[in-house]
Write a protein that binds this ligand. Structure first.
Ligand code: SUG
Length: 434
Protein backbone atom coordinates (compact mmCIF):
# COMPACT_ATOMS: atom_id res chain seq x y z
CA UNK A 1 0.00 0.00 0.00
CA UNK A 2 1.36 3.39 -0.93
CA UNK A 3 0.61 6.55 1.01
CA UNK A 4 -3.11 7.18 1.27
CA UNK A 5 -5.13 10.17 2.32
CA UNK A 6 -7.70 9.51 5.02
CA UNK A 7 -10.51 11.99 5.59
CA UNK A 8 -11.53 12.20 9.24
CA UNK A 9 -15.02 13.68 9.21
CA UNK A 10 -16.63 15.16 12.28
CA UNK A 11 -19.88 13.35 13.04
CA UNK A 12 -22.45 16.15 13.27
CA UNK A 13 -23.57 16.34 16.87
CA UNK A 14 -27.09 16.21 18.33
CA UNK A 15 -27.01 19.91 19.29
CA UNK A 16 -26.54 21.14 15.70
CA UNK A 17 -28.38 24.48 15.60
CA UNK A 18 -28.36 27.93 14.04
CA UNK A 19 -27.26 30.46 16.66
CA UNK A 20 -25.51 33.01 14.45
CA UNK A 21 -22.30 32.72 16.44
CA UNK A 22 -19.66 33.37 13.78
CA UNK A 23 -18.99 36.98 12.82
CA UNK A 24 -17.76 37.08 9.23
CA UNK A 25 -19.51 33.83 8.28
CA UNK A 26 -22.42 35.04 6.17
CA UNK A 27 -24.39 31.77 6.20
CA UNK A 28 -24.21 31.56 10.01
CA UNK A 29 -25.49 35.13 10.31
CA UNK A 30 -28.19 34.73 7.65
CA UNK A 31 -29.64 31.62 9.29
CA UNK A 32 -29.45 32.74 12.91
CA UNK A 33 -32.57 31.67 14.79
CA UNK A 34 -33.74 29.25 12.08
CA UNK A 35 -34.93 25.74 12.92
CA UNK A 36 -32.18 23.13 12.52
CA UNK A 37 -32.52 19.41 11.78
CA UNK A 38 -29.72 17.61 13.70
CA UNK A 39 -30.78 14.09 12.69
CA UNK A 40 -30.90 14.97 9.02
CA UNK A 41 -27.64 16.93 9.34
CA UNK A 42 -25.79 13.94 10.81
CA UNK A 43 -27.24 11.57 8.19
CA UNK A 44 -26.15 13.94 5.43
CA UNK A 45 -22.63 13.92 6.87
CA UNK A 46 -22.66 10.13 7.15
CA UNK A 47 -23.88 9.83 3.55
CA UNK A 48 -20.92 11.93 2.44
CA UNK A 49 -18.53 9.62 4.34
CA UNK A 50 -20.14 6.60 2.67
CA UNK A 51 -19.83 8.17 -0.77
CA UNK A 52 -16.07 8.51 -0.32
CA UNK A 53 -15.74 5.07 1.23
CA UNK A 54 -17.55 3.58 -1.78
CA UNK A 55 -14.95 5.21 -4.04
CA UNK A 56 -12.31 3.21 -2.19
CA UNK A 57 -10.99 6.18 -0.20
CA UNK A 58 -10.23 5.45 3.47
CA UNK A 59 -12.60 7.26 5.79
CA UNK A 60 -12.27 8.17 9.45
CA UNK A 61 -14.69 9.69 11.92
CA UNK A 62 -14.37 11.86 15.02
CA UNK A 63 -17.20 11.93 17.57
CA UNK A 64 -19.18 15.03 18.57
CA UNK A 65 -18.03 16.84 21.69
CA UNK A 66 -19.82 17.17 25.00
CA UNK A 67 -22.48 19.85 24.63
CA UNK A 68 -23.88 21.65 26.53
CA UNK A 69 -20.31 22.13 27.72
CA UNK A 70 -21.03 21.79 31.44
CA UNK A 71 -17.36 21.92 32.59
CA UNK A 72 -16.84 25.36 31.08
CA UNK A 73 -20.05 26.64 32.67
CA UNK A 74 -18.95 25.24 36.05
CA UNK A 75 -15.61 26.98 35.62
CA UNK A 76 -17.56 30.22 35.24
CA UNK A 77 -19.23 29.76 38.63
CA UNK A 78 -22.50 27.99 37.85
CA UNK A 79 -22.94 25.03 40.19
CA UNK A 80 -25.15 22.15 41.23
CA UNK A 81 -26.14 19.15 39.14
CA UNK A 82 -25.42 19.25 35.38
CA UNK A 83 -29.02 20.31 34.74
CA UNK A 84 -28.86 22.97 37.45
CA UNK A 85 -25.65 24.36 35.94
CA UNK A 86 -27.29 24.57 32.51
CA UNK A 87 -30.50 26.11 33.86
CA UNK A 88 -28.58 28.76 35.80
CA UNK A 89 -26.37 29.62 32.82
CA UNK A 90 -29.34 29.80 30.42
CA UNK A 91 -31.23 32.07 32.85
CA UNK A 92 -28.24 34.34 33.54
CA UNK A 93 -26.74 34.58 30.06
CA UNK A 94 -28.48 32.88 27.11
CA UNK A 95 -25.79 34.12 24.69
CA UNK A 96 -23.11 32.40 26.77
CA UNK A 97 -25.20 29.24 26.92
CA UNK A 98 -25.64 29.19 23.13
CA UNK A 99 -21.83 29.24 22.82
CA UNK A 100 -21.60 26.26 25.17
CA UNK A 101 -24.24 24.42 23.11
CA UNK A 102 -22.67 24.70 19.62
CA UNK A 103 -22.00 21.56 17.61
CA UNK A 104 -19.20 23.31 15.72
CA UNK A 105 -16.60 20.58 16.36
CA UNK A 106 -18.21 18.88 13.32
CA UNK A 107 -15.97 21.05 11.10
CA UNK A 108 -12.80 19.03 11.60
CA UNK A 109 -10.85 21.00 8.97
CA UNK A 110 -10.49 23.30 11.98
CA UNK A 111 -9.43 20.56 14.40
CA UNK A 112 -5.72 20.59 13.62
CA UNK A 113 -3.00 21.23 11.05
CA UNK A 114 -1.40 18.05 9.74
CA UNK A 115 2.01 17.57 8.13
CA UNK A 116 2.74 14.11 6.73
CA UNK A 117 5.97 12.15 7.08
CA UNK A 118 7.78 13.28 3.89
CA UNK A 119 7.62 16.93 5.01
CA UNK A 120 8.77 16.72 8.63
CA UNK A 121 12.31 16.72 10.03
CA UNK A 122 11.80 13.63 12.20
CA UNK A 123 9.83 11.68 9.59
CA UNK A 124 6.71 11.42 11.75
CA UNK A 125 3.21 12.74 11.02
CA UNK A 126 2.75 15.94 13.03
CA UNK A 127 -0.62 17.29 14.13
CA UNK A 128 -1.08 20.61 15.96
CA UNK A 129 -4.47 21.01 17.59
CA UNK A 130 -6.03 24.34 16.54
CA UNK A 131 -6.78 26.78 19.37
CA UNK A 132 -9.69 28.36 17.45
CA UNK A 133 -9.27 31.39 19.67
CA UNK A 134 -11.11 33.88 17.49
CA UNK A 135 -14.70 32.71 18.07
CA UNK A 136 -15.98 32.10 21.61
CA UNK A 137 -17.92 28.93 20.80
CA UNK A 138 -15.06 27.43 18.80
CA UNK A 139 -12.45 28.23 21.45
CA UNK A 140 -14.07 25.51 23.60
CA UNK A 141 -13.19 22.73 21.17
CA UNK A 142 -9.42 22.31 21.57
CA UNK A 143 -9.21 20.23 24.80
CA UNK A 144 -11.58 17.50 23.64
CA UNK A 145 -10.13 17.58 20.11
CA UNK A 146 -6.70 17.02 21.63
CA UNK A 147 -8.03 14.12 23.66
CA UNK A 148 -9.45 12.35 20.58
CA UNK A 149 -6.41 13.01 18.42
CA UNK A 150 -4.07 11.71 21.11
CA UNK A 151 -6.13 8.54 21.25
CA UNK A 152 -6.46 8.06 17.48
CA UNK A 153 -2.78 8.84 16.84
CA UNK A 154 -1.21 7.54 20.03
CA UNK A 155 1.67 5.62 18.44
CA UNK A 156 4.62 7.95 18.91
CA UNK A 157 6.73 6.01 16.42
CA UNK A 158 4.52 7.45 13.69
CA UNK A 159 2.68 10.45 15.12
CA UNK A 160 3.40 13.55 17.15
CA UNK A 161 0.37 15.47 18.46
CA UNK A 162 1.09 19.02 19.61
CA UNK A 163 -1.18 20.87 22.04
CA UNK A 164 -3.00 24.01 20.87
CA UNK A 165 -0.86 27.15 20.63
CA UNK A 166 -0.89 29.44 23.65
CA UNK A 167 -1.47 33.22 23.61
CA UNK A 168 -5.13 33.07 22.52
CA UNK A 169 -6.11 35.42 19.68
CA UNK A 170 -2.54 36.70 19.43
CA UNK A 171 -1.71 33.29 17.98
CA UNK A 172 -5.16 32.55 16.55
CA UNK A 173 -4.93 29.23 14.72
CA UNK A 174 -7.78 27.64 12.76
CA UNK A 175 -6.02 24.49 11.62
CA UNK A 176 -6.07 22.83 8.22
CA UNK A 177 -8.71 25.23 6.85
CA UNK A 178 -5.85 27.68 6.29
CA UNK A 179 -3.27 25.17 5.19
CA UNK A 180 -2.71 23.49 1.83
CA UNK A 181 -0.21 20.85 0.85
CA UNK A 182 0.97 20.42 -2.72
CA UNK A 183 3.15 17.51 -3.80
CA UNK A 184 3.78 15.35 -6.86
CA UNK A 185 2.00 12.55 -4.94
CA UNK A 186 0.68 12.10 -1.37
CA UNK A 187 3.80 10.11 -0.42
CA UNK A 188 6.36 12.51 -1.93
CA UNK A 189 7.92 15.54 -0.22
CA UNK A 190 5.57 18.48 -0.62
CA UNK A 191 5.21 22.23 -0.31
CA UNK A 192 3.12 23.34 2.66
CA UNK A 193 1.26 26.60 2.19
CA UNK A 194 0.03 28.47 5.25
CA UNK A 195 -2.56 31.15 4.51
CA UNK A 196 -3.05 33.86 7.12
CA UNK A 197 -5.23 36.95 7.39
CA UNK A 198 -4.31 40.49 8.31
CA UNK A 199 -6.79 42.71 10.09
CA UNK A 200 -7.19 45.89 8.05
CA UNK A 201 -10.06 47.34 10.09
CA UNK A 202 -12.78 45.78 7.91
CA UNK A 203 -16.16 44.67 9.24
CA UNK A 204 -15.08 41.01 9.43
CA UNK A 205 -12.08 39.74 11.42
CA UNK A 206 -9.17 37.71 10.08
CA UNK A 207 -8.94 34.53 12.12
CA UNK A 208 -5.54 33.04 11.28
CA UNK A 209 -2.43 34.84 12.52
CA UNK A 210 0.80 34.58 10.54
CA UNK A 211 2.75 34.04 13.77
CA UNK A 212 0.55 31.05 14.56
CA UNK A 213 1.24 29.51 11.14
CA UNK A 214 4.97 30.11 11.60
CA UNK A 215 4.86 28.39 14.99
CA UNK A 216 3.08 25.36 13.53
CA UNK A 217 5.65 25.11 10.73
CA UNK A 218 8.47 25.22 13.33
CA UNK A 219 6.82 22.63 15.56
CA UNK A 220 6.35 20.28 12.61
CA UNK A 221 9.99 20.63 11.58
CA UNK A 222 9.15 21.75 8.04
CA UNK A 223 11.86 22.66 5.58
CA UNK A 224 11.75 26.47 5.11
CA UNK A 225 12.51 25.99 1.40
CA UNK A 226 9.28 24.06 1.02
CA UNK A 227 7.09 26.20 3.29
CA UNK A 228 5.19 29.26 2.09
CA UNK A 229 3.32 31.87 4.12
CA UNK A 230 0.71 33.62 2.03
CA UNK A 231 -1.70 36.41 2.94
CA UNK A 232 -5.37 35.79 2.25
CA UNK A 233 -6.92 38.66 0.32
CA UNK A 234 -8.82 41.09 2.47
CA UNK A 235 -11.45 41.31 -0.29
CA UNK A 236 -12.14 37.60 0.23
CA UNK A 237 -12.33 37.95 4.03
CA UNK A 238 -14.67 40.91 3.76
CA UNK A 239 -16.87 39.01 1.29
CA UNK A 240 -17.25 36.24 3.88
CA UNK A 241 -14.29 33.90 3.25
CA UNK A 242 -13.45 33.54 6.94
CA UNK A 243 -11.13 30.61 6.12
CA UNK A 244 -8.91 30.10 3.08
CA UNK A 245 -10.70 26.83 2.30
CA UNK A 246 -13.74 28.88 1.27
CA UNK A 247 -11.79 30.26 -1.72
CA UNK A 248 -9.06 27.69 -2.47
CA UNK A 249 -8.33 23.96 -2.27
CA UNK A 250 -5.30 21.86 -3.24
CA UNK A 251 -4.61 18.21 -3.87
CA UNK A 252 -1.34 16.62 -4.98
CA UNK A 253 0.07 18.95 -7.67
CA UNK A 254 -3.19 20.85 -8.31
CA UNK A 255 -4.25 24.18 -6.82
CA UNK A 256 -7.84 25.24 -7.48
CA UNK A 257 -8.36 28.82 -6.36
CA UNK A 258 -10.49 31.88 -6.88
CA UNK A 259 -8.86 34.81 -8.66
CA UNK A 260 -9.23 36.93 -5.53
CA UNK A 261 -8.20 34.33 -2.93
CA UNK A 262 -4.74 35.75 -2.20
CA UNK A 263 -3.44 39.24 -1.51
CA UNK A 264 -0.41 38.91 -3.81
CA UNK A 265 -1.19 35.98 -6.06
CA UNK A 266 1.65 36.80 -8.48
CA UNK A 267 4.30 36.34 -5.81
CA UNK A 268 2.56 33.25 -4.42
CA UNK A 269 2.17 31.48 -7.77
CA UNK A 270 5.81 32.27 -8.67
CA UNK A 271 7.07 30.88 -5.35
CA UNK A 272 4.90 27.80 -5.75
CA UNK A 273 6.09 27.15 -9.29
CA UNK A 274 9.67 27.42 -8.11
CA UNK A 275 9.18 25.11 -5.13
CA UNK A 276 7.08 22.60 -7.07
CA UNK A 277 7.86 22.49 -10.77
CA UNK A 278 4.91 20.84 -12.52
CA UNK A 279 2.29 22.40 -10.26
CA UNK A 280 -1.04 22.97 -12.03
CA UNK A 281 -2.75 26.18 -10.96
CA UNK A 282 -6.41 26.40 -11.92
CA UNK A 283 -7.54 29.92 -11.21
CA UNK A 284 -11.24 30.70 -11.48
CA UNK A 285 -11.79 34.19 -12.89
CA UNK A 286 -14.05 36.54 -10.97
CA UNK A 287 -15.98 37.39 -14.13
CA UNK A 288 -17.09 33.75 -14.36
CA UNK A 289 -17.61 33.05 -10.66
CA UNK A 290 -17.76 36.15 -8.47
CA UNK A 291 -16.65 36.03 -4.84
CA UNK A 292 -20.29 36.24 -3.77
CA UNK A 293 -21.28 33.16 -5.80
CA UNK A 294 -18.15 31.36 -4.62
CA UNK A 295 -19.11 32.00 -1.00
CA UNK A 296 -22.81 31.26 -1.46
CA UNK A 297 -22.16 27.92 -3.21
CA UNK A 298 -18.87 26.90 -1.56
CA UNK A 299 -17.41 25.73 -4.89
CA UNK A 300 -13.90 25.96 -3.41
CA UNK A 301 -14.94 24.12 -0.27
CA UNK A 302 -15.26 21.04 -2.41
CA UNK A 303 -13.04 18.13 -1.44
CA UNK A 304 -10.50 17.80 -4.23
CA UNK A 305 -9.66 14.11 -4.21
CA UNK A 306 -7.45 11.72 -6.14
CA UNK A 307 -9.59 8.98 -7.65
CA UNK A 308 -8.51 5.36 -7.53
CA UNK A 309 -7.03 4.44 -10.93
CA UNK A 310 -9.40 1.52 -11.71
CA UNK A 311 -11.17 2.23 -14.98
CA UNK A 312 -9.93 5.81 -15.12
CA UNK A 313 -7.19 7.82 -16.68
CA UNK A 314 -4.27 7.75 -14.18
CA UNK A 315 -4.08 10.88 -12.04
CA UNK A 316 -7.80 11.69 -12.33
CA UNK A 317 -9.25 13.88 -9.61
CA UNK A 318 -12.78 14.76 -8.53
CA UNK A 319 -14.36 17.70 -6.80
CA UNK A 320 -16.82 16.56 -4.14
CA UNK A 321 -19.06 19.59 -4.12
CA UNK A 322 -22.19 20.77 -2.34
CA UNK A 323 -25.43 20.70 -4.32
CA UNK A 324 -25.58 24.48 -3.95
CA UNK A 325 -23.01 24.52 -6.82
CA UNK A 326 -25.37 22.54 -9.05
CA UNK A 327 -28.21 24.92 -8.24
CA UNK A 328 -26.31 28.08 -9.22
CA UNK A 329 -26.35 28.53 -12.96
CA UNK A 330 -23.13 30.55 -13.22
CA UNK A 331 -21.18 28.20 -10.99
CA UNK A 332 -22.50 25.10 -12.71
CA UNK A 333 -21.65 26.48 -16.17
CA UNK A 334 -18.13 27.04 -14.91
CA UNK A 335 -17.95 23.47 -13.51
CA UNK A 336 -19.09 22.02 -16.85
CA UNK A 337 -16.42 24.03 -18.63
CA UNK A 338 -13.77 22.93 -16.12
CA UNK A 339 -14.62 19.24 -16.57
CA UNK A 340 -14.45 19.53 -20.35
CA UNK A 341 -11.06 21.27 -20.27
CA UNK A 342 -7.62 19.70 -20.21
CA UNK A 343 -6.74 19.35 -16.54
CA UNK A 344 -6.67 16.56 -13.91
CA UNK A 345 -10.16 17.38 -12.54
CA UNK A 346 -12.40 14.89 -14.34
CA UNK A 347 -15.48 14.48 -12.18
CA UNK A 348 -17.89 16.49 -10.07
CA UNK A 349 -19.50 14.50 -7.29
CA UNK A 350 -22.49 16.45 -6.02
CA UNK A 351 -23.57 15.84 -2.43
CA UNK A 352 -26.14 17.19 0.01
CA UNK A 353 -24.73 18.69 3.20
CA UNK A 354 -27.33 21.45 3.30
CA UNK A 355 -27.71 21.52 7.11
CA UNK A 356 -23.99 22.14 7.60
CA UNK A 357 -23.86 24.57 4.67
CA UNK A 358 -26.46 26.75 6.38
CA UNK A 359 -23.88 27.35 9.11
CA UNK A 360 -21.11 28.04 6.59
CA UNK A 361 -19.61 24.53 6.61
CA UNK A 362 -19.19 22.70 3.29
CA UNK A 363 -17.78 19.27 2.37
CA UNK A 364 -14.14 20.28 2.95
CA UNK A 365 -14.91 21.92 6.32
CA UNK A 366 -16.28 18.61 7.56
CA UNK A 367 -13.05 16.68 7.09
CA UNK A 368 -9.47 16.60 8.39
CA UNK A 369 -7.00 15.08 5.94
CA UNK A 370 -4.23 12.78 7.16
CA UNK A 371 -1.80 11.32 4.67
CA UNK A 372 -0.32 8.08 5.94
CA UNK A 373 1.95 5.35 4.63
CA UNK A 374 1.07 1.70 5.27
CA UNK A 375 2.82 1.53 8.66
CA UNK A 376 1.22 4.74 9.95
CA UNK A 377 -2.18 3.69 8.62
CA UNK A 378 -1.88 0.42 10.54
CA UNK A 379 -1.00 2.35 13.70
CA UNK A 380 -4.18 4.46 13.74
CA UNK A 381 -6.66 3.44 16.44
CA UNK A 382 -9.26 1.36 14.54
CA UNK A 383 -12.13 2.89 16.51
CA UNK A 384 -11.77 6.06 14.43
CA UNK A 385 -11.79 4.30 11.06
CA UNK A 386 -15.05 3.67 9.32
CA UNK A 387 -16.10 0.46 7.64
CA UNK A 388 -19.49 -0.54 6.30
CA UNK A 389 -20.58 -2.17 9.56
CA UNK A 390 -19.62 0.76 11.79
CA UNK A 391 -21.19 3.16 9.30
CA UNK A 392 -24.49 1.24 9.54
CA UNK A 393 -24.34 1.26 13.33
CA UNK A 394 -23.64 5.00 13.48
CA UNK A 395 -26.61 5.67 11.19
CA UNK A 396 -28.86 3.62 13.50
CA UNK A 397 -27.69 5.54 16.60
CA UNK A 398 -28.35 8.86 14.86
CA UNK A 399 -31.78 7.75 13.64
CA UNK A 400 -32.71 6.57 17.13
CA UNK A 401 -31.23 9.33 19.32
CA UNK A 402 -30.61 12.58 17.42
CA UNK A 403 -33.32 15.25 17.82
CA UNK A 404 -35.35 15.80 14.70
CA UNK A 405 -35.32 19.58 15.03
CA UNK A 406 -34.07 22.34 17.30
CA UNK A 407 -35.67 25.78 17.45
CA UNK A 408 -34.08 28.84 19.04
CA UNK A 409 -36.09 28.41 22.24
CA UNK A 410 -35.48 24.63 22.44
CA UNK A 411 -31.86 25.44 23.31
CA UNK A 412 -33.05 26.39 26.81
CA UNK A 413 -35.19 23.28 27.27
CA UNK A 414 -33.92 20.92 30.04
CA UNK A 415 -35.51 17.91 28.32
CA UNK A 416 -33.36 18.61 25.24
CA UNK A 417 -30.21 18.80 27.38
CA UNK A 418 -30.91 15.30 28.71
CA UNK A 419 -31.75 14.02 25.24
CA UNK A 420 -28.53 15.27 23.60
CA UNK A 421 -26.34 14.00 26.44
CA UNK A 422 -27.92 10.55 26.14
CA UNK A 423 -27.52 10.66 22.35
CA UNK A 424 -23.80 11.36 22.57
CA UNK A 425 -23.36 8.64 25.21
CA UNK A 426 -25.06 6.13 22.90
CA UNK A 427 -22.73 7.10 20.08
CA UNK A 428 -19.57 6.86 22.21
CA UNK A 429 -20.71 3.44 23.39
CA UNK A 430 -21.23 2.34 19.78
CA UNK A 431 -17.72 3.56 18.88
CA UNK A 432 -16.30 1.89 22.02
CA UNK A 433 -15.06 5.26 23.21
CA UNK A 434 -17.23 5.62 26.31
O1 SUG B 1 -16.22 28.50 12.30
N1 SUG B 1 -19.63 27.92 11.66
C1 SUG B 1 -18.24 27.55 11.47
C2 SUG B 1 -18.02 27.03 10.08
C3 SUG B 1 -16.64 26.46 9.92
C4 SUG B 1 -16.33 26.11 8.52
N2 SUG B 1 -15.03 25.52 8.44
C5 SUG B 1 -14.16 25.71 7.44
N3 SUG B 1 -14.29 26.68 6.57
N4 SUG B 1 -13.13 24.94 7.37
C6 SUG B 1 -17.31 28.72 11.76
O2 SUG B 1 -17.68 29.86 11.42
C7 SUG B 1 -21.56 28.61 12.98
C8 SUG B 1 -22.25 28.17 14.27
C9 SUG B 1 -23.50 28.93 14.55
O3 SUG B 1 -23.61 30.08 14.14
O4 SUG B 1 -24.40 28.37 15.23
C10 SUG B 1 -20.12 28.16 12.89
O5 SUG B 1 -19.47 28.00 13.89
Amino acid sequence: MTTVEINFDGLIGPTHNYAGLSLGNVASAANAGEVSAPRQAALQGLAKMKRLMDLGIPQGVLPPQERPHVPVLRALGFDGSDSAVCAAAWAADPALFRNAFAASAMWTANAATVSPKPDTADGRIHLTVANLASMAHRSLEAPETEQWLRLAFSDEAHFCVHPPLRFGVHFGDEGAANHMRLAPAHGAPGVEVFVYGEDRGGRFPARQRRRASEAVARLHGLDPKRTLFVAQSDAAIQAGAFHNDVVAVANEHVLFAHEHAFEDKGAFYAALEEALPGVVIIEVPANEVGLEDAIRTYLFNSQLISLPPEGREPGSMALVMPQECRENQRVWSYVEKLLAADNPIREAIVIDVRESMRNGGGPACLRLRVQADAAAFAAIDRRFLLDEALWERLCRVVERHWPERITASDIGNPALWDEVRAARRALLTEMRLA
